[in-house]
Design a protein around this ligand. Structure first.
Ligand code: 13P
Ligand code: SF4
Length: 357
């Protein structure tokens, strides 16, 4: 699967794009639909050259987009690096808003476009900069690790960011007795388990103050953010699928609950899951993550059996379509800006993460 390298699609004709889609999706998608997608993709690739743009596509993009227009596809960490290194005038981010903001934070002289203003994220919406300031006041001097699935003003209040691909490494790099880890409750619990830390979760009292039970021993302080997609998976789902397909290998994203991660065979970022399927040979696989990615992995690995999910779609990622991406390039919309005072502080946290790798 072309995860890490740059893909030059600008020279492809409509027919070549169409044939590549037929090869990947022709078994289950009517030809007339793939023809329409190929025409749109061709138009976007021409606009991309005319506008001197680069397109970054997250692994959750629908297959017809994922396989036709991005110059780079990948997970959040990978795409942050690609955004930092981008040298075209425009970066079109086929992902969600926090990802486009991260691109702007890292590469402020480029115009960053997000094709839909509805492309949010339940994790990013779960915490504000005021919440982080309140936590820092409650736990003075404790370093703050923030998942990249947050908005720029939250990153600006943080000491360092992390992604699903490097969260444990970032926590361990700090070498402190205690850390604040925000905002994903499940990722935090999974990291705590991996690093042997004990985690507590402050609650908000009716008077607005944060209460934390510091009587008990703790080395991590978390927050109650959840990914509305990954929180849907349960241990009962895993038991049911294992009863139906006893030889299935189950991969879970670390935004799933610790119980689900523990009941799975592997857990990792979206790129790590892709690599796992590529590098192993199991009778069949099931990815407990956003369902478009299962389609993309299945299309790239026709010799492997993938169980498909059809309803666990991220509504925010789903906002980004070929039509919206074409309009983004046609009308220079929607421009993502980050106030410079916030950007400079957020940059420190993101750049510190990128240095860890
Ligand atoms: P990855 O960084 O693993 O691609 O995850 C991003 C995301 O939003 C998962 O829901
Ligand atoms: Fe946010 Fe979850 Fe969607 Fe990822 S899958 S963008 S974490 S809501």
């Amino acid at each position: 699967m072309p995860t890490l390298q740059s893909l030059d699609r600008t020279a492809q004709s409509v027919d070549e794009i169409y044939q590549s889609l037929v090869a990947r999706m022709g078994d289950y998608t009517p030809a007339f639909e793939l023809r329409v997608k190929a025409e749109l993709a061709h138009e976007i690739n021409q606009l991309k050259v005319a506008r001197n743009a680069v397109i970054l596509g997250h692994n959750y993009m629908e297959a017809a987009l994922f396989y036709t227009i991005p110059d780079h596809v990948g997970d959040s960490l990978d795409l942050s690096r690609k955004a930092a290194a981008a040298d075209r005038d425009i970066i079109v981010f086929c992902g969600v808003r926090f990802m486009a903001e991260t691109a702007k934070i890292l590469n402020p002289t480029r115009t960053v476009l997000l094709p839909s203003l509805e492309a949010g994220c339940s994790l990013a919406a779960s915490i504000t900069a005021d919440d982080v300031r309140a936590l820092k006041a409650r736990f003075p001097g404790v370093p703050v690790v923030t998942y990249v699935n947050t908005y720029a003003d939250v990153k600006a209040e943080s000491d360092i960011c992390c992604t699903s691909g490097n969260a444990a490494a970032v926590v361990e790099s700090l070498g402190t007795d205690t850390i604040i880890f925000l905002p994903d409750e499940y990722l935090a619990r999974n990291v705590a388990r991996e690093t042997g830390k004990h985690i507590i979760f402050p609650t908000r009292l009716p008077n607005g103050q944060l209460h934390a039970d510091t009587e008990i021993q703790y080395d991590m302080v978390g927050w109650h953010g959840r990914c509305e997609v990954h929180e849907q998976f349960t241990v009962a789902d895993i038991a049911s699928v294992r009863a139906q397909f006893p030889d299935v290998v189950i991969l879970a994203h670390p935004e799933c609950s610790p119980e689900v991660v523990e009941a799975s065979d592997f857990s990792g970022s979206t790129n790590a899951m892709i690599r796992y399927v590529e590098q192993t040979r199991a009778p069949r696989y099931l990815l407990l993550t956003e369902c478009s990615m299962g389609e993309n992995v299945a299309a790239a690995n026709p010799d492997k059996e993938m169980l498909r999910l059809c309803s666990v779609r991220c509504p925010y990622m789903g906002q980004i379509t070929l039509e919206m991406t074409r309009d983004a390039l046609r009308y220079t919309q929607y421009v993502i800006d980050v106030p410079e005072e916030i950007r400079v502080r957020a940059y420190r946290a993101v750049e510190r993460m990128l240095r860890i790798g």
